[in-house]
Ligand binder design. Structure first.
Ligand code: SF4
Length: 394
């Protein structure tokens, strides 16, 4: 599944990078424009409408720190102390519920080609926290595998973490682009898929792989010893949701054994208020906006709590029935729903982090992870021991 682009823009800094070279080899026939990063040039890139912007690639360098705490960590909902790497901003897939439509300032797909900085940062954070299991993932501001066969970033990270025993690396995708990873060392690598019933995939997850394709890719990754993650995020309420989610979960159980599942997340549809108008305008046929919503503590619209509770109970029960005893967690939910639905009582985000560590160490003992610890700590990315590495090139 190679996404097509209509134009590639390249900054002077990225011009001679290895990744730039790879991309130009693969997209040989696409017009290329070299840009100076002046305000006028950048403004030009920001003026494309989103549909056209998603077909343009902008290669440049990122000057700040790549590794960051997941933004959910700073909200009043429970979050899991995850670290994100944003090497790519924006996504060639076009989900109608995608928060990036409201969130990002530039519609073009930006790839930061100074990958060596990412590898240096992973190395530094691993050594600064040898006693901790650190979960790090791409896929917060893009799909982890959409451009990965072209950029090759994940292979570089997987190679790097093979000598870093406290790092778990996760890729999150709605594609079936895994073939380029199958000869990599699968130790401590989680390939995850975001899943929804087939009718939601067809109507709301435009340009993504079909559900069957995702399932086949997950089965193949599991056969190749990768750990698998499933993300029910966003869970969407629509008239036939019970039938849809039950079929989906049965299919998942048929494709990946519970022994290979690292984790399963649940999160219901939520969004900033402004996204509502964007969805209506870009996807008038959507079935997303029919259920009642309230404004949460974080200012986002979300389903009312009784409905969220009902959705979560249903999905968690079907996971138990068709998949088995997997590690389930919520993405940005309140403490009372954690207790009611999952029977866990996380007092804070560190508790959730501990649950992950405990589950991973117990279920994947062959990985020899550091022992799980329950202790107060600063998020590693802002840990005072952490030294931001200097890029070799910048
Ligand atoms: S795959 Fe993720 S990042 Fe890409 S459009 Fe869909 S929701 Fe957005």
């Amino acid at each position: 599944m190679l996404f097509k682009f209509s134009q590639i823009f390249i900054s002077e800094e990225s011009r001679y990078d290895e990744i730039t070279n790879r991309i130009l080899q693969i997209y040989r026939d696409i017009p290329v424009t070299f840009l100076k990063e002046t305000n006028i040039q950048l403004k030009r890139l920001s003026e494309y409408p989103l549909d056209r912007g998603k077909r343009k690639l902008w290669l440049t360098h990122f000057k700040g720190r790549f590794l960051k705490p997941c933004p959910g960590t700073a909200t009043s909902y429970r979050c899991c102390n995850y670290l994100v790497i944003n090497e790519t901003i924006n996504c060639p897939i076009d989900c109608s519920y995608c928060i990036l439509q409201d969130y990002i300032s530039s519609p073009v797909i930006t790839v930061y080609t100074n990958f060596e900085t990412i590898l240096d940062e992973i190395n530094a954070i691993s050594h600064a926290n040898p006693e901790r299991i650190l979960r790090i993932g791409t896929g917060e501001l893009t799909d982890s595998l959409a451009l990965d066969p072209v950029t090759g970033l994940s292979s570089q990270i997987i190679h790097k973490i093979s000598s870093l025993p406290n790092i778990i690396f996760e890729l999150k995708s709605k594609t079936d682009n895994i073939v380029h990873l199958l000869d990599q060392n699968p130790a401590r690598v989680v390939i995850s898929w975001s899943v929804n019933p087939e009718e939601i995939v067809r109507k709301e997850e435009h340009k993504s792989a079909s559900l069957r394709q995702r399932m086949k890719a997950a089965a193949r990754a599991a056969e190749n010893k990768f750990m698998i993650g499933w993300h029910f995020d966003p869970i969407i309420y629509y008239p036939e949701w019970q039938d849809g989610y039950e079929k989906l979960i049965r299919l998942m159980g048929e494709h990946v054994p519970v022994s290979q599942i690292a984790w399963i997340s649940l999160g219901s549809f939520r969004h900033p208020p402004r996204l509502r108008d964007i969805i209506r305008q870009r996807f008038p046929e959507t079935i997303l906006l029919s259920a009642e919503q309230i404004t949460g503590h974080d200012g986002k619209l979300r389903y009312i709590k009784p409905l969220r509770r009902h959705l979560y109970h249903f999905v968690a029960d079907k996971i138990q029935k068709y998949i088995g005893d997997a590690f389930i967690y919520f993405c940005m939910e309140s403490q009372d729903l954690w207790e009611e639905v999952l029977g866990k009582k996380p007092l804070n985000n560190q508790d959730i982090d501990f649950f992950f560590a405990e589950s991973l160490s117990r279920r994947f003992s062959a990985l020899n992870l550091p022992p799980p610890r329950r202790k107060i700590y600063q998020h590693p990315a802002i840990n005072s021991n952490y030294q931001a590495p200097k890029s070799k090139k910048s």
